[in-house]
Design a protein around this ligand. Sequence first.
Ligand code: ATR
Length: 277
Amino acid sequence: MEKVYGLLGHPIGHSMSPLIHNDAFLNVGIKANYQAFDVEPQMLGNAIKGIKALGIAGCNVTVPHKIAVMNFLDEVDEEAKLIGAVNTIVNQNGKLIGHNTDGRGYVQSLIEETNEEIINKRFLIIGAGGAARGVITALLRHGIEELTITNRTQDKIEPLLELANLFQTPASRATREEVERNLDGFDVLINTTSVGMSPRIEDSPLSLNNLRAGAIASDLIYNPLKTKFLKEAEERGGTSHTGIGMFVNQAALSFEHWTGIKPDHQRMRKLVLDKLG
Ligand code: ATR
């Protein structure tokens, strides 16, 4: 029988997940159908019950449900607990298990696409929301030298410093002004905020005047593929790393949780690039 998979989000109109997952199922010869379900926040609990009742085999979870969904699952794995958010549900014989593939997908992509060993790098994280937490957790699990976090709202940085402390990784906070002044002290700069995302493509989270030549600028945004932040970094002799790899890898890791099969990353990437135009 054809298996059903889905995405729970609100709104879900522009998601490319159905496109890449349906293609991946077809490509590996599994009869399955992946659909996007628009679930309003007050209906989330019912939607999760529906997964069990209908025998839906697995789901992705996206904005705004990644945190709230944890209340309705039977089990949440260690990484998702640390991140405090779930983006993947596996229905294991009626037991719903939550995972988070965002952070690991990001770190995989950073290493593969920049060809750099990241352990000895000095990282700057811009932003302190859910996306930042996913990325920071994965970086800490991988092992990095040190971490600085900057955010418009300074208070939100504190829980992230506590997270770094769990891994005994030196971490500090800085204001935007401090970061801009001392930018040459960082090897990898990661924008985890939505600043620069389409349609506001002229915005950038930071001035890069003092960027060290050879530094890596990385953006979680993949629409546009090259944000102003990345273009500016390239103009100043930096290397850029776009968000498309993270999007593809998190999807591929979810697919692996569901099927045990590693899908064709390049094929997924091409589908997304074609769709972006
Ligand atoms: P996500 O799950 O995508 O990380 P989030 O938890 O709402 O979403 O976090 C969004 C992040 O982008 C936050 O760090 C936010 O800064 P604040 O904590 O000050 O709100 C940052 N952000 C969003 N819009 C911003 C803007 N216009 N300027 C600076 N930072 C912005």
